[in-house]
Write a protein that binds this ligand. Structure first.
Ligand SMILES: Cc1ncc(COP(=O)(O)O)c(C=O)c1O
Length: 562
């Protein structure tokens, strides 16, 4: 037995874990944690199966008291309902906060034949996992682990002995209430944001909690970066494992996680988009696309759309339309003109042989949730082709399943010259990218770069994200749920609503009035949402939001906008 990177790995290595997915047998495995950092044990204690932290549901049994310790899972999410003696945590329950679909797949598992059972798909308990797992480690816990893989229905059981009692999973904040947190944050925060007077401290699935313990349905979705929801076990597990392996590795070196992600992303991208530049945010990805267009064409003019949003750094800001974002910072990067969205005649008049690029969103997000007409996108592609310019398709908000397909542009017959990505790419870890069509080659050496771009932590999170999006058919879920949400809201004939539009789970309700009071009224009723311009309410929930939660969203919105 070795001190491996995970209990499951060690157990597998010992040849003691039954890997037969069809037998549903429980078999024994022992792994010794001797000398591990407690924080590391904390990260893996739940996850028999180790790298399968995300894949295993497990219970822990105290070997001395023989009391059931917890039913927890994977990726370190669980809760401690009570604990007595420091070595004995009596009753710990924590279950996967995943979507109802997963629950149906896996159902209830009766483990060990002694009445322990666990559910995938329920609620999570009070104390979020990392604190608990650290607690186990700190208390020198000796435990037995029984795990059920929710993908294959395999059972695992093992015994873990860890001797290290040092280490803490997270640094606790000294501020614990909403009021405390807000007061202290406001002293030094930049002033750039209009905040909502709410301190969000925890999330699971499509639910967020404030510091005072109140829960909210999350239709902000990390401003589009939480397509898989909060605490998705596969993403959590990937981050935990990679954080313990290697967080940073600049692109002057090759890296295993980056190589694998480039492969996997490449296979998921529209065909022809082969060269990928990795960075850390949407605006950086837009900058990369604009720079690449200049490099590839030797030109500098850019045509963008009115109401378009592309970010807030100088190049991206020049392409962004909203005057209030741009004007205080002028002069911006020169050469950008804006044409009315979906107006083919104006676009045709604007694109010529000086044009380096046309940049468009398939659905304008910030600009009011406005889908592009397929003919408009097709005209843009043809004009670019005719004049030797690049079509830059900004999928920062629409990408990774939001509109019902992995990328919105695949719902048309257009292949962009550059696809721009960010937000949900790495399950909430900052990441952005552009993918360049083979007909334009790639960047020349030293023409662009980023210290953090392509770091292994983000790549590992992005791999887990992409896999989960595909394994659970999340884009199709987004289409189904978004269509129902829009149809049922429309059926309520809400008197304050002028129009409901969107695609998938990028949903906009154009109001007959300013949206700000509605956002406050929704928040008071436990629903967090976004604006998209002055009078559009934008709903951007995690795509794994449950049908029951969508029902709640419909009811709350209907109460406020009836
Ligand atoms: C379409 C689009 N492009 C670019 C950006 C900028 O992304 P970031 O905020 O990550 O810089 C956004 C942000 O909302 C966006 O919606």
């Amino acid at each position: 037995m070795r001190n491996g990177t995970c209990l499951g790995e060690a157990a597998n290595e010992a040849g003691l874990v039954d890997n037969d997915p069809y037998q549903h047998k429980i078999s024994e495995a022992e792994a010794h944690f001797g000398g591990w950092e407690a924080s590391y044990i904390g990260g893996t204690a739940f996850g028999i199966g180790g790298i399968g932290l995300s894949d295993y549901l497990c219970t822990t049994r105290d070997t001395q008291s023989r009391q059931r310790l917890h039913i927890g899972y994977i990726g370190g999410i669980g809760s401690r309902e009570q604990h007595g003696h420091p070595r004995v945590c009596k009753e710990l329950t924590g279950v996967c906060g995943q979507c109802a679909e997963m629950e149906q797949q896996s159902g209830t598992a009766r483990l060990n034949g002694k009445g322990d059972h666990a559910h995938i798909g329920g609620t999570i308990g009070r104390n979020g996992g990392q604190r608990h797992t650290a607690l186990l480690a700190q208390r020198g816990h000796h435990g037995r682990y029984i795990g059920l893989c929710h993908h294959s229905a395999r059972f695992y059981r093992g015994t873990a002995h860890q001797r290290s009692t040092e280490g803490i999973m997270s640094i606790p904040s000294p501020f614990v209430t909403n009021a405390d947190i807000i007061a202290h944050e406001d002293v030094r925060t930049s002033g750039a944001y209009t905040k909502r007077g709410l301190a969000i401290v925890r999330g699971q699935g499509a639910t967020l909690w404030d510091a005072d313990g109140r829960s909210y349905i999350d239709c902000v979705g990390g401003q589009g970066s939480a397509n898989l929801g909060h605490g998705h076990p596969a993403v959590v597990a990937a981050i935990q494992a990679q954080a313990a392996t290697l967080i940073h590795c600049p692109e002057i070196f090759h890296n295993d996680q980056r190589a694998a992600y480039l492969d996997e992303l490449g296979a998921a991208l529209p065909s022809g988009l082969e060269r990928v530049f990795l960075c850390n945010s949407g605006t950086e990805a837009v900058e990369a696309a604009l720079k690449f267009a200049r490099l590839a064409t030797g030109r500098s003019a850019v045509v963008a759309a009115m109401r378009g949003f592309h970010g807030r750094t100088m190049g991206a800001l020049a392409a962004t339309y909203e005057p209030k974002y741009r004007e205080p910072f002028e002069p911006l990067v020169p050469g950008v003109s804006h044409v009315p969205f979906n107006n083919i005649a104006k676009l045709t008049a604007a694109v010529n042989t000086d044009t380096a690029a046309v940049i468009l969103e398939p659905v304008q997000g910030e600009g009011g949730v406005r889908p592009a007409d397929p003919e408009f996108l097709r005209a843009a592609a043809e004009l670019c082709h005719t004049h030797g310019a690049l079509l830059l398709v900004d999928e920062v908000q629409t990408g990774f399943g939001r509109t019902g397909s992995l990328f919105a542009i695949t719902q048309t017959d257009i292949t962009p010259d550059v696809l721009i990505m960010a937000k949900s790419m790495a399950g909430g870890i900052p990441m952005g990218a552009i993918a360049i069509h083979t007909r334009w080659g790639g960047f020349t050496a030293s023409s662009h770069g980023s210290t953090f771009g392509g770091n292994p932590l983000a790549c590992a999170a992005a791999r887990a994200t992409l896999k989960a999006l595909r394994d659970d058919d999340v884009p199709a879920q987004a289409m189904r749920k978004g269509t129902r949400l829009m149809q049922e809201l429309a059926a309520r004939n809400l008197s304050h609503v002028r129009e409901i539009r969107g695609r998938g789970l990028l949903v906009g309700l154009e109001l007959k009035e300013r949206v700000q009071p509605t956002l406050v009224a929704l928040m008071e009723r436990g629903l967090l949402a976004l604006p998209a311009g002055p009078n559009v309410l934008r709903l951007l929930p995690p795509l794994i939001i449950s049908d029951a939660e969508i029902d709640q969203v419909i009811d709350i919105v209907a109460q406020v906008l009836a």
